[in-house]
Design a protein around this ligand. Sequence first.
Ligand code: MN
Length: 336
Amino acid sequence: MTYASTATLEDLAARIGAAETIVCTSHEKPDGDAMGSVMGLVRALSSSKRMHAWLLGSVPPPIAGLARDTEWVQIAGPEDIPSVEPDLIILLDTGAWSQIKPLAGWLADRADRVIGIDHHASGDDPAPVRYVDATAASCTMLVQSLLGVLGIELDVAVAEPLFAGLATDTGWFRQANADAAAFEAASHLLATGVDKDRLFREIEETARPARLSLVARALASVQWSRGGAVATMRLTRADFDQTDGRRSDVTGLVNAPLVVSGAELSVLLIEERDGGVKASLRSKPPATPGGPFVDARAIAQHLGGGGHVHAAGVSLEGPIDCGADAIAEAIAAVSV
Ligand SMILES: [Mn+2]
């Protein structure tokens, strides 16, 4: 189905104006943008409405910290849904049924009261009345625009979560989606007194010491192939056991070799507890617009996995050497 706006921000503002009790929610396992959108909107409207923040699935600690002292309810399954009967439900940063499973049935029963704000290019119809702008760098940017339509002045308590969402969804303003509109939005938020350095520390600098031990082992394992275009790293069960490491300690580690000039694809192989191998693949965007790049998804799909063109993954049979061979064969098969 086509996923696009069915309403304007002015339409959504009118629905909000007419409501008294409002639930704000977002996708499962909320990221900075999901949490920032919910918290920004809840705080901005709480002086005039009864606002409820509902977060679905597990909430990573650095993200939960963004709530400060604003109350929220965690909903891991239908049994956690409070008995509140809102007259409006605002779904933020998603429009996909697959991302809101704990609340899906409850939302479907209240479809006439659900409005959506999203910046993803695809989705379904949990929010029949929705505003979708896939050119926006973050959902918080759209919330910021909505607050403008509502005539609500930004203060630092509202601006902080909005900035957190914009910063995290743009890789702290380094990714291609950090465009002029994103910097302009950031400028307005910072002007309220948002402490961006504190936010960066609280969200991004939260690793355990075990991460460095695992990073050291992964980097020491790098093998270059295809003339330096492909880096392959391995982490075995022994690496995790000997460092007291967890899978959450290696988040984002697959990207590390891409700092090397000429590196186009990075592969991280992780030996699973059951003996299988999880391969994560990351590739660089083209050096020039429309130029060549390594299609990580095509490589993963060749082995039964999937993902995005620059970030993909696949589960393979062990041992880890066989996993490495399978990846090498897939790279050769999809590269002509
Ligand atoms: Mn987002």
